[in-house]
Design a protein around this ligand. Structure first.
Ligand code: ADP
Length: 501
């Protein structure tokens, strides 16, 4: 396994981008932090410093919120025609597309994911999201509503609703899909005419800052998008609590989601949350295993298991349990683990040493409680934050590895005998983000899809994302839906207008 990234592989633009400390974007200008502090971002494939970034904190957040406030209250953005807002977003999408290589490399260097994956998934999905949402800018409509007011029987009214932008939006995003999560957040906010302060995760601030350069180039008015990198407890907390922010949108852990909700109570800002998951993946005796085995393997191992919707609980009907487990283990063994910039790599390192320790800690706890690894179970190599793709068996429903989100390449395989039993186990979790069913019986698939308590259900597929398909969680997996038409509701207020005629 190669553990270093040769500089010659890195695009010249990215070498230049990394050569100097990156600033934050406030009111259309690239600025230092008020404290003058910077923080390091690390290449997880090597553990070595990749670059330096301005460290935003309370004062920087305040400046950014003021800029966004002014841009919303008095700036041109909200007054642009919806079509012109959409054109700006299309320009941004085109710029993302024409910088695919640069963005894919930054994502790989900062997050660890294979550059080959970022090129075909993260970057095109981000461009597509902006285009999809740009289309909505011209279609945000209210209704006309017939009234029958009982105490004014002889009066007629014209009543209608307007859908208006919610205002200044604080957006706090995680490190697992740094660019794509920025797109999921920015797209609907821009389409509806909001202004934004975006805080990327401290582990992976670089692609959002590169995106900031493209946002400036695309011609968005100053202050519409402000990007303040920094730590969660300082910059993130200040944004969630800021009294002049009208709405906060968060993607991350359920634990931090609770902090966000509490911080938002000061001015009762609107809150949307996309949180953790422990998604069940149900494989029935009648499934097509030729597609199903690689499918359930990629459900957990895609993005190194660092997906909130990772299929981390694999329930397999008894008759095919051994076949499926050995098939998934074989898939796991064949995954080429290495630095994301190596074009032959299929699985890169986890994002940080902290994440590596966390995943290894879960493995340790599983082994102590009696789980066994059919394959994997250890770190890989001495440098970088690599962990083997791992398949655990002999688990119990109450074990931490079965109940808690590991956010790493670890799947627990559990046999089941009937539909009622597997539904009970699948729904026995605090989370409800995603689930999947593998069967050739279409009636069974629909019946089970209806019974699973989760925001997404995939049938005979997994991790299928589209800008038009809403995504979000039941139970403690969150509030609201991102993407699709539903996302517009997160960023708009409804105004009822009643005119006596
Ligand atoms: P993970 O556990 O996967 O690192 P987190 O939920 O901790 O995910 O982080 C997701 C995002 O939330 C990051 O941008 C992080 O900086 C931010 N964050 C962490 N703690 C807080 C907090 N107390 N208030 C606001 N944002 C936070």
């Amino acid at each position: 396994m190669k553990t270093t990234t040769t500089n010659s592989l890195v695009h010249q633009d990215i070498q230049q981008f990394l050569a100097s400390s990156r600033k934050m974007l406030i009111d259309g200008k690239w600025t230092e932090s008020a404290s003058g502090k910077t923080f390091q971002t690390v290449n997880p494939a090597t553990g070595k410093v990749l670059g330096h970034v301005a460290e935003g904190a309370q004062e920087d957040i305040h400046r950014a919120v003021q800029a966004a406030r002014q841009a919303f209250d008095t700036g041109p953005w909200r007054r642009l025609s919806p079509s012109d807002r959409g054109k700006c977003m299309w320009r941004l999408a085109d710029l993302i597309e024409s910088h695919t290589e640069q963005l894919a490399q930054l994502e790989s260097l900062d997050n660890g994911k294979p550059v080959t994956v970022a090129r075909v998934a993260d970057v095109p999905l981000a461009a597509d999201l902006f285009r999809y949402m740009a289309g909505w800018a011209t279609k945000i409509e209210g209704h006309t509503i017939p009234l029958s007011v009982p105490y004014t029987p002889n009066t007629r009214y014209l009543a209608y609703t307007l859908r208006e932008p919610v205002g200044v939006v604080g957006q706090i995003i995680p490190w697992n899909f740094p660019l794509l999560m920025a797109a999921w957040k920015l797209g609907p906010a821009l389409a509806t005419g909001c202004t934004i302060v975006l805080k990327p995760a401290e582990q992976t601030p670089l692609s959002a800052l590169f995106l900031g350069e493209l946002i400036c180039e695309a011609g968005f008015p100053d202050g519409v998008v402000n990007i303040v990198p920094g730590y969660g407890e300082t910059a993130g907390a200040a944004l969630a609590a800021h009294p002049h922010v009208d709405k906060v949108a968060f993607t991350g852990s359920t634990e931090v989601g609770r902090h966000i909700v509490q911080a938002a109570t000061g001015n009762l800002k609107k809150v949307s949350l996309e949180l953790g998951g422990k998604s069940p993946n149900l494989v029935f005796n009648d499934a097509n295993l030729e597609a199903g085995i690689p499918g359930v393997a990629s459900a957990i191992f895609f993005n190194h298991g660092q997906c909130c919707c990772a299929g981390s609980r694999l329930y397999v009907e008894k008759g095919i349990f051994d076949q499926v487990v050995s098939g998934v283990a074989e898939e796991a063994k064949n995954i080429k683990v290495g630095p994301g910039m190596d074009p032959t790599t299929q699985m890169g390192p986890l994002v940080s040493d902290e994440q590596q320790r966390r995943v290894l800690g879960y493995l340790e706890s599983g082994f102590t409680e009696g789980a066994e690894a059919v394959t994997g179970g250890h770190r890989v190599g001495e440098s970088g934050y690599f962990v083997e793709p791992t398949v655990l068996v002999n688990t119990q429903p109450t074990m931490k590895v079965v109940q808690e989100e590991i956010f790493g390449p670890v799947v627990c395989a559990v046999p089941f005998t009937d539909v009622e039993e597997v539904l009970q186990q699948a729904n026995d979790n605090i989370y409800g983000l995603a689930a999947a069913v593998w069967t050739e019986d279409i009636n069974k698939a629909h019946r089970i899809a209806a019974e699973l308590k989760s925001g997404s259900v995939w049938v005979n597929c997994y991790n299928i994302f589209d800008a038009a398909l809403p995504f979000g969680g039941y139970k403690q997996s969150g509030w609201g839906r991102e993407m699709g038409h539903d996302a517009l509701e997160l960023y708009t207020e409804v105004k009822a207008v009643c005119v006596k005629t």
